[in-house]
Design a protein around this ligand. Structure first.
Ligand SMILES: *Cc1c(COP(=O)(O)O)cnc(C)c1O
Length: 361
């Protein structure tokens, strides 16, 4: 991976080494400006990772013990972890067929303790933010978007993470825009929240040695900021490549009986982060692909209420639980070739053909 931009990354490393600034500095400020322009947001604040971003967002909104935050039942543990870390209670919302927070269920989960709705744009597909913002406004709730998987997705002209009160991003290496290590970011249009977030990230400092609150250190390395600045230039081309590959998958897989494909993946509200198919024969298919040297993954094998530390927070959510038994993420990244995608598709078709032949015997 990254051989095409190795020279650019090495040049950036050399520059930063010569400058001798490894926290904050020019690269940090440049990333901020680049992100603000790219996302169309007033304030973008780099931080150490996406999990920190979520926790800092909740702290900035003064969420704590006694408060409830509505989180979808299928997501990375980091979403619910952040809620627990500030002392609040995650309330799990069941998912629709895409694995997104089911907005028809959402209103029934709102209690007097509810303070925040945390939609997760899972696999890169955005939640219907019009509807969600309507629900939030009618109940005067904050919205923290977990946009960790959806950098590059756009819903009705607005970038993922730019619609709610605060957007949280992750630049973990496997995300669509990944650093060469850990990195994350918070974004908002609200100047008071931006001030609060900036302080929490950097020890509660307003200005140097002026500590106005108890914060923490969640600053981003200058090196990571520098690498992200380099990679941002390549991002549009990578996105185009992901969409092309997704299109090939769709072409070959959409008419197979017993297999559901992510039909929305070519839309702008989807950044083609993951190509997640669904089948009742998930485990057999996964094994079959493995035997053909095709690695797949499951995002995620269990819904959060099924995981011990989070099970205590509420009942199981039916759709989420069922979905987790049938989902499979196929390889999808910009360094995959068209031929590889065709080969994987062919193997999947072969699997289903053999299965139906066996059923007839
Ligand atoms: C990756 C991810 C996170 C956490 O981001 P890190 O940078 O790994 O801490 C949070 N939420 C979701 C949905 C993610 O996919």
């Amino acid at each position: 991976m990254h051989f095409d931009l190795a020279d650019d990354l090495q040049a950036k490393f050399k520059t930063i080494l010569q400058q001798g600034v490894f926290s904050g500095g020019k690269e940090h400020d440049l990333l901020q400006a680049n992100m603000q322009a790219y996302l169309g947001l007033a304030y973008c604040m780099p931080c150490a990772n996406g999990s920190d971003a979520l926790e800092i967002a909740l702290r900035a909104l003064k969420i704590g013990p006694g408060d409830e935050v509505i989180v979808p039942a299928i997501t990375c543990v980091a979403s619910a972890e952040a809620v627990c870390l500030v002392g609040a209670k995650p309330v799990f919302c069941d998912c629709d067929e895409h694995g997104l927070m089911d907005l028809t269920v959402l209103p029934s989960l709102i209690s007097p303790e509810t303070k925040v709705i945390m939609p997760v744009h899972l696999y890169g597909m955005m939640v219907d933010m019009d509807r969600l913002m309507e629900i939030a406004a009618s109940r005067q709730l904050w919205v923290v978007e977990d946009a960790a998987q959806s950098f590059g997705s756009v819903f009705q002209g607005k970038a993922a993470g730019s619609i709610g009160d605060i957007g949280c991003y992750s630049f973990y290496p496997t995300k669509n825009l990944g650093a060469l290590g850990e990195a994350g970011m918070l974004a908002t249009n609200n100047p008071e929240l931006a001030e609060e977030i900036g302080q929490i990230i950097n020890h509660g400092q307003r200005n140097k040695d002026e500590h106005v609150s108890v914060g923490r250190n969640s600053r981003m390395d200058s090196l990571q900021a520098g690498f992200l600045n380099v990679k941002l230039d390549y991002f549009p081309a990578w996105q185009a490549k992901r969409k092309e590959l997704a299109k090939t998958y769709l072409l070959h897989l959409q008419h197979i009986d017993g297999l559901l494909v992510p039909n929305h993946i070519l839309g702008t509200h989807h950044n083609a982060h993951l190509f997640v198919i669904r089948t009742n024969f998930r485990d057999e298919l996964k094994l079959f692909l493995e035997l053909n040297d095709i690695g797949t993954a499951i995002h995620y094998p269990l819904s959060l209420p099924e995981i011990p530390p989070y099970g205590a927070f509420g009942p199981l959510r039916k759709n989420a639980e069922l979905l987790c038994k049938t989902i499979l993420s196929l390889p999808l990244h910009p360094y995959l070739s068209e031929q590889e995608v065709q080969f994987i598709s062919m193997k999947i078709a072969e699997f289903f053909k053999n299965r139906s032949a066996n059923v007839r015997d």
